[in-house]
Design a protein around this ligand. Structure first.
Ligand SMILES: [Fe+2]
Length: 186
C-alpha cells in the first residue's frame, strides 16, 4: 500500500510550504539594535514597522535526531545604506545546518568568536554551515531571496551569544553610486 505524504508539500511555483507547522515573521522592531544607523531605524519605526523576513517551518514530531525543514523569504530593501538581513544565530547545541538558495541574490555571513567570513549565496547555492558558526543571510538583490534550511530539532537558536560577542562586525551596505554593494567592517 502506498501512503499519502503526511508531512508537507512544497509548491515549486510559489516556492512555499503548503502545510507548515509554524509561520513567523521578523520585523525591524525585533532587530533594531543590529542595524548600523539607529537614527534611520527610529525614523522608520516612528511611522511604520517593516517586515524583514518570513519563515515557514515544518517540524515533525519531537524526537531525537529528527530534522526541521523551513523556507525563509527575505525581502529586498535597505535600512539607510544597509541591506536587509536575517537576525543570525548560533545553534545551542553542536548541530550543523544546510541552506539551499531557491531564488534571489545574497551573501551568507558566518562568524565565530574570532573570525567572520562572507560567501556568495544566490539561486542554486548550497551551503553546509558547520555547527560552531553563527549564520546570517543578507539580501543584496532587488527581489525576494528565498532559501530552504534543514536542521536538527534540537539545534535551537542562540541569538544572545551573537549579541554578547558584539554582533556581526561585517556590514553589507550600498556602494557610493548605489549600484552595487560593499563590505564594511566595524
Ligand atoms: Fe541555524
Amino acid at each position: 500500500m502506498i501512503l499519502e505524504n503526511d508531512f508537507s508539500f512544497f509548491d515549486w511555483e510559489y516556492l512555499q510550504l503548503e502545510k507548515p507547522t509554524d509561520i513567523y515573521v521578523k520585523k525591524l522592531s525585533n532587530m533594531k539594535e543590529q542595524f548600523i544607523d539607529n537614527s534611520v531605524v527610529l525614523k522608520i519605526l516612528s511611522s511604520a514597522d517593516l517586515v524583514l523576513y518570513k519563515v515557514e517551518k515544518f517540524e515533525p514530531e519531537k524526537g531525537k535526531g529528527n530534522l526541521i525543514f523551513s523556507v525563509t523569504s527575505l525581502y529586498p530593501g535597505t535600512v539607510g545604506r544597509e541591506y536587509f538581513f536575517t537576525q543570525g544565530h548560533y545553534h545551542q547545541n553542536d548541530f550543523a545546518e544546510i541552506y539551499i538558495c531557491l531564488k534571489g541574490k545574497g551573501l551568507l555571513l558566518l562568524k565565530d568568536k574570532n573570525n567572520e567570513q562572507v560567501y556568495n549565496f544566490e539561486k542554486g547555492s548550497i551551503s553546509h554551515i558547520n555547527s560552531n558558526f553563527a549564520h546570517r543571510v543578507v539580501n543584496i538583490g532587488d527581489e525576494m531571496l528565498k532559501f530552504i534550511s534543514v536542521y536538527n530539532v534540537d539545534a535551537g537558536f542562540d541569538y544572545e551569544k551573537v549579541i554578547k560577542e558584539g554582533g556581526f562586525s561585517t556590514k553589507i551596505v550600498k556602494s557610493e553610486n548605489s549600484k552595487s554593494y560593499k563590505i564594511e567592517t566595524l
